[in-house]
Structures are given as C-alpha cells and as structure tokens.
Design a protein around this ligand. Structure first.
Ligand code: OOG
Ligand code: MG
Length: 265
C-alpha cells in the first residue's frame, strides 16, 4: 500500500490527465485499467481536482448535475448508482448550436434544471428545503461526451471524468416551481423530424426534486453543498441519443415549450 502522500499525488496527476482530455476533446483509456483499486471517493476527488484545473485556467463553477438517476439509464451504461458532476461556465451553450469541434461521440438528453436562490447543505435535507431554495425551473438539454473510448466505463471512471459533462443549454422561459407537476411533464425528443425518445419527469428518481435532495446528501459526504445561484441538472429523462454533424434535435416539453439544437461541423 503506497503511503498517503503518494496516493494524493497520483490523484492530482490523474486529474491533470483527465483535464487535458476534457479540454482537448480527445479520447482516453479507462483510468481503472491503470488503477484497478481506485475507490469511488477517490474518483470524486479526481473529478473535483480536474475542475479545479479548469477553474485555474479561467473557467468558473456555476452548477452541478446528477446523472444515472433512472434504472433504465443505469442499465444502459452498466453502472448501478446515481452519480454527480460539476458544471462550469464554458459548458453552457448560449445559442442552440452544438459544434462538433472538440467533441468525441456526443449524446443529447432532455433534463429539468433547478436554479437556486439559497444555499442548501446537510444530510437531513428534504424536498421542502429544496423547494424553499428554488428560484425557478427550466427545461434543459445536456450534451454528454465521455472521454473514454467507446463511451465505456466503470462507476469510478465516469465519476473521475465529471459524469461525462460536456455542454448544456437552458430554455429561455423560466417557470415557477409551483404550478407544474414536474414528475408528470411529458418530454418527446425528435431527431431530424423523427420521434426517437419519450419520457416523463418521473423517470428521474420519481420526481426531479428528489434528485436535488440526493445531490445534497451526496455532497454532504465531503462537507460540500449547493450554493445560491447554482444551476442543477437533475438527470436525463430519457435515454441519451447519439448526434452527428447536420442533425437537428427538437425536444418538446408538454405545456412548457420546446428546445432545439442544431449540430454543426
Ligand atoms: C453518464 C452521465 C449521465 C444523466 O443525466 O444520466 C447523465 C453517462 O451516461 O455518460 O448525465
Ligand atoms: Mg445528464
């Protein structure tokens, strides 16, 4: 067993390696090939350190995301628990156009995003605490792009790679948390006019608010929490779909409008 200092140093080195691939959009081998004993807690530390690298390069932490929040999603990637990742300013698309430059094998998924107006932390958090700290809710699309070859990974790999986070876009229209039953929102995703995925908000841990509760509990393990102003992506409502140059993606949120994404060179 190597001494603590050596392990620490390795986490930093792995984080720098992952940050390099995240910045350049280049694929890499699974971290667990070289470090088969990597623990999930160490993977979260690698994730945090890699984002610190990005922040040191001028990026900014603006939110958090949950992933693998449905059993169907967990099955499709072979990982059996929900995970979280960190969102930075450079990931937010301000126009509905996705450039394939710097991407490897992107996938798009519809999500529901919470925007907070108060800090939330602690292991005893409830959905009431989340509602009391929610400024508004927006329909969102997430673009995930695992840096691992063939989009194939273990729990520890995907956590280290910031839960595949790459880009996201939020709808223009913000909604009050209170007048919509978020678990009953129906979502339809079309690729080039063809319906390819359908789902309901309930796919996300029965209700997207539960995803924020889970996130706060998971962050509490490392004495972290959510901050006022953060954007929280609660997790894919449907399976993610592969997208290619020239694709036009439309996602219709029943009663809540539509989000589009044009995929370009
Ligand atoms: C992990 C990220 C999954 C979600 O919403 O479920 C995710 C992956 O599938 O690469 O963002
Ligand atoms: Mg997602």
């Amino acid at each position: 067993m190597p001494c603590r200092e050596v392990r620490q140093l390795n986490l930093q080195q792995i984080a720098k390696h992952i940050h390099f691939h995240q910045q350049n959009g280049t694929e890499m081998d699974k971290i667990t090939i070289e470090y088969p004993a990597l623990h999930v807690n160490e993977a979260y530390e690698i994730q945090r350190l890699a984002i610190e690298e990005a922040i040191a390069c001028g990026d900014e932490l603006i939110g958090m995301k949950m992933g693998l929040t449905s059993v169907a999603k967990q099955k499709s990637v072979g990982v059996e628990e929900a995970i979280y990742g960190r969102l930075t300013r450079s990931m937010e698309l301000l126009n509905p156009t996705l450039s394939m430059k710097g991407l490897i094998h992107p996938r798009v998924e519809p999500e529901i995003a919470f925007v907070l107006n108060k800090d939330i932390e602690g292991e005893h958090v409830t959905s009431r605490d989340v509602w009391a700290a929610t400024e508004c809710i927006l329909p969102a699309l997430e673009v995930i792009d695992s840096r691992y070859k063939n989009f194939s990974f273990t729990l520890e790999d995907v956590v280290s790679d910031n839960a595949s986070s790459t880009k996201f876009i939020l709808g223009n229209q913000a909604f009050s948390p209170y007048h919509t039953q978020w678990d009953q929102v129906k979502v339809e995703m079309y690729r080039n006019g063809e319906l390819v995925q359908t789902g309901f908000g309930a796919a996300v841990l029965e209700h997207p608010v539960r995803s924020v509760v889970e996130l706060v509990k998971m962050l509490n393990r490392t004495n972290e929490g959510l901050k006022a102003g953060m954007v929280i992506l609660t997790g894919g409502i449907t399976e993610a779909i592969n997208v290619y140059e020239g694709d036009f993606i439309e996602v219709k949120y029943d009663q809540l409008g539509q989000l589009n994404l044009r995929v370009e060179e």
